[in-house]
Structure formats: C-alpha cells, structure tokens
Design a protein around this ligand. Sequence first.
Ligand code: HPA
Length: 280
Amino acid sequence: MIGILGGSGLYDIDGLQIIEERDIHTPFGEPSDRFVIADYRGKKAVFLPRHGKGHKYPPHLINYRANLWGFRKLGVKRILSISAVGGINPLLKPGDFVITDQFIDFTKVRPVTFYEGVYTIIDEEDQNNDLVKEYMSNDRVVHIDVTEPFCSAMRDTLKKVLSQTGNRFHIKGTYAATEGPRLETSAEIKALSRLGADIVGMTLVPEIVLARELSMHFASLNVVTNLAAGISGERLTSDEVIQMMKEKNDVIKQIVLMFIEELPEELNCSCEDVLKGAAI
Ligand code: HPA
C-alpha cells in the first residue's frame, strides 16, 4: 500500500474513492491527522496531511515519528511525500517540480530516530515481525546508510509520470532542510547555495530518515513555490507559497493518481535491505 504525505496547501486528494478514515494512536504520540484510506482503480493508498487539516502543526512540531509509525501500523511500505520548497538553484522557476535525490540536514530540535538504545520506545501492539521490531525490542543502536536516501524505483516512476503531465520538472535536486518556522536570511541561502543545495524546505528531514529506518521506500516531490530569500529581492510571504500550491493543486492530484496507478508491484531497489548489518 502507498502512503501519501501532503504538504502545505494539500489537505486532501479528491478522485480517490475513500474506504475509511482511521484515527491511529502510537506510543510516540498522535499523528498529524486521521489517515484516509482510499482506493484508486483497484489500488489502495493512504493519505495524511503532515501539517494536519487547517495547517495546525508548524514544521518543527510535526510528530514525524507518530506519522511514520501510523503508516507502518496500516501496512504502508512505500511513501510519496509532497512539499512546497523555495528555489535556490538559478535554473529553478516558481511552479517547477523537483524530484529530490539528496538532502542536507540543518534541523535542530526534532526527534530523529526510532532506535534510541536503552531509551527506545516500544510498541507492544506492533504486529510486524521484522528487523525493525527485533532492533527496537532489543534496545539496539542503529546507524542506517543514507548515501542514496531516496527510492530509485519510485523516482523512476515519478519521472515517467511527470514527463506525461507536461509540467516543467527536474529529475534531481538537493534539498536543504532548515528548522524554521522562520524563513531563511539571504546570507543563509547564499551559504546553502555554495554548499550545493538546489531547494530549501522545512519538513523532509526527519521524515525521509524515519521512513528509511522502518525499511520503507520513499520518494519526495517538491513544488517550487517561491525563489528563496534574497534571490528575487522581494520579501517572502506564506501567501505566495499557499497561492502557488493552490495553482498546482489539480496537477499535483493528477500526478498522485497517476503515480498510484503506475508504481510497479515489484520495486527494483535496495531500500528494504537498509537495516541489514546496521545495528551495533
Ligand atoms: N524556505 C523554506 N521553506 C519553504 C520555502 C522557503 O523559501 N518555500 C516553501 N517552503
């Protein structure tokens, strides 16, 4: 089953046949919202708006662990994450899509792992029988490899879908994750640019890391809603971010539906091996 994480301005997906809405409780706390389980042409998907409906949670206070654990409880093994980002690379224009292939993490105050050694929080109701459960129940310390953090097979499907929708898109890009909720200074954006970042946002980390720790496949699709601080010379506003996400709403929903339909049953990648040999 595919999980869809919606970002700013994406709080539901019409076109999906809703089967049920589920409140999931986790030992990590409450997820951002109810999980909406739906069917699209015989394939099941689960949608969750990461900021909650009505955008209740700022990026640094989203309960990323509860969101990912909720997906695990529902049997989700593949996640498509949609986000709004600022464009740093001069080749990017507002409205462009970017399929992220790397990240640089500048977040500061978020729980970043499920594996906390002797402090690990255990879900007594976990129905899975896998390395995640084994490592967590034995208080193991785990260092996952993130050399190539995103699922190559899911990225290939995204490329295929995006090339069919006629929107401008970029097949790779490095995402700088900032803590927020404030936007960046122009000096920070200049520094991020020199470090090799193409886009900037506040939510991809720890989301991708936690998904990978659960041995999930994860792809990230980003909409450039604005040029990052100091690039256009204009003041930045949340209004322009939401306005661009509104403008792109229909095409995002079309991409999500096509993605659900196109994603192969078998994914030819190494995401599910990430936990092998990763514990101390
Ligand atoms: N910076 C950080 N996060 C963002 C931006 C930005 O410019 N635009 C949308 N999300």
